[in-house]
Write a protein that binds this ligand. Structure first.
Ligand code: HOZ
Length: 428
């Protein structure tokens, strides 16, 4: 029995499914999890001493790889002063300022601990500000596990095929209207029918939780236009794309001006930190200025803030990172598609910046329905073959593959060699 197997057996006795977040259990890819001992640069090392090239990057935060000296140093300095005060610290205003500098639409910013918290907060804020109850989300998008946002959700909900989540009151779920991603007509019809009741439309500007799905050219501008016309708020969930697609995220890349934005992952440098922010008049509806209540003992935690500042300042300084991770992603994604096709698989792929997904379906994949056509059994075989060969991919077809600045071109070539071997050995 390996040490990972032993630790997993122990964990399942005390932690549901042995994990603190469902997809980590690796069930959908027909495996048990590896237990990680440490990470360094582009690699993670399991408790049995095996190393893996890491295409998960802790689900997105580690755009520069593991244990980067600038984040580690910032943490060492911060921890000497204490770990939490529950009172304001200077770093919080600094990080909010850095966010505003790169995301001018975020005129005011509030720090929270996770993307889920950012999601539940923006929904309450949008409802409080507009006095309306309905929200629109796109099928297959995932904005954290808050009640209103788990309807037709991607990520683990898609991975585990959970149709509706017990525990979410039907009366609340009914207030979430869902529309297929990239479907401007359906969105227009939804506004025609419910326009005066819609508080907000929330979207991942590049979907990363049903696998990577790209917005078609008219999609995001249509959201912006329809929300403006109907007095609803446009919420951009940049938890994945923020500081990843460009330093200014998807809103800079696509030229968007959302009313509210959610950030997470990268802005915490690998520590639990997220943020939401937007138009001043909307944000000033929050307590203690306004009446919309939102709070948190650990919000703006000094360690997370120190790591976040170090991570963000590095990316603002070393902008060549973005070209490097895009190149790696392009090479990985195009090489992988070519290899899969040469071995007779029906595949298609989506790629942008450092994010990509290969789907085991002919495609194109442009929404949740087409993503769900992917053969997840084949993905599981592929994943297991890559794990065996020392490559850590997301243990789900419905997540993104991330390249990190820790990777060098030889790493990508080695990953493609392993992919070739794996695909060759797979049973169709
Ligand atoms: N927030 C991640 C989805 N992109 C999932 C993290 C997890 O399930 O552990």
């Amino acid at each position: 029995m390996s040490k990972s197997e032993k630790l997993f057996a122990e964990a399942t006795q005390i932690i549901p499914g042995g994990v603190n977040s469902p997809v980590r259990a690796c069930r959908s890819v027909g495996s048990d999890p590896i237990f990680v001992d440490h990470g360094r640069g582009a690699r993670i090392f399991d408790v049995d001493g095996k190393s893996y090239l890491d295409f998960v990057s802790s689900w997105g935060p580690l755009i520069c790889g593991h244990a980067t000296p600038w984040v580690t140093h910032a943490l060492e300095e911060a921890i000497k002063k204490g770990t939490s005060f529950g009172a304001p610290t200077e770093g919080e205003t600094k990080l909010a300022g850095l966010i505003n500098e790169n995301y001018p639409s975020m005129e005011m910013v509030r720090l929270v601990n996770s993307g889920t918290e950012a999601g539940m907060s923006v929904i309450r804020l949008a409802r409080g500000f507009t006095g309306r109850d309905k929200i629109v989300k796109f099928q297959g998008c995932y904005h954290g596990h808050a009640d209103s946002l788990l309807v037709s959700a991607g990520s683990g909900v898609a991975t585990l095929g959970i149709p509706g989540c017990p525990g979410i009151p039907a009366a609340l779920a009914e207030l979430t209207l869902t529309v297929p991603y990239n479907d401007v007509n359906a969105l227009t019809e939804t506004f025609a029918k419910h326009g005066k009741d819609i508080a907000a439309v929330i979207v991942e500007p590049v979907a990363g939780n049903m696998g990577v799905v790209l917005p078609e050219p008219d999609f995001l501008p249509a959201i912006e236009k329809l929300t403006r016309e109907h007095g609803a708020l446009f919420i951009c969930d940049e938890v994945i794309t923020g500081f990843r697609l460009t330093v200014g995220g998807a809103q800079k890349h696509f030229g968007l001006k959302p009313d509210l934005t959610m950030l997470g992952k990268i802005i915490g440098g690998g520590l639990p930190l997220a943020a939401f922010g937007g138009r001043r008049e909307v944000m000033e509806s929050l307590a203690p200025v306004g009446g919309v209540y939102q709070a948190g003992t650990l919000s703006g935690n000094p360690l997370a803030v120190a790591a976040g500042i170090a991570a963000v300042e590095y990316l603002m300084r070393e902008t060549s990172v973005y070209g490097r991770i895009r190149q790696s992603s392009l090479r990985w994604s195009s090489g992988l598609l070519e290899a899969a096709k040469s071995h007779g698989f029906n595949v298609c792929g989506n790629q942008i910046g450092s994010m990509s997904t290969m789907f085991f379906t002919e495609g194109p994949v442009r929404d949740y329905e087409s993503a769900l056509k992917s053969d997840t059994g084949l993905y599981g075989q592929f994943w297991r073959g890559m794990l065996e060969r020392g490559f850590w991919l997301a243990p789900s077809q419905f997540e993104a593959t991330f390249t990190s600045a820790g990777m060098i071109p030889d790493d990508i070539e080695a990953a493609l060699d392993a992919a070739n071997e794996t695909l060759k050995a797979m049973k169709k």
